[in-house]
Design a binder for this molecule. Sequence first.
Ligand code: ZN
Length: 76
Amino acid sequence: MKALLLLVVILAGVWLWRSRAAPLAPPTKPSSPPEAKPPQEMVMCAHCGMHIPGNEVVTGKQGVYCSQDHLHQSET
Ligand SMILES: [Zn+2]
């Protein structure tokens, strides 16, 4: 009788362990560090064709430019 009880306890333990472990998704690796800088996008000046980093462009109505000068020369 003791052996049967032990078997039931073990089976219950295994069932509990499996029902807990099953729904868990495998641990996902962080794809990339969140603070990693994205590669700088290069944008072409609509006036002279020079490539400049996207954060340094001057945005006009008809496009983006490398400088205020080219914006004015193109759009006026
Ligand atoms: Zn330019």
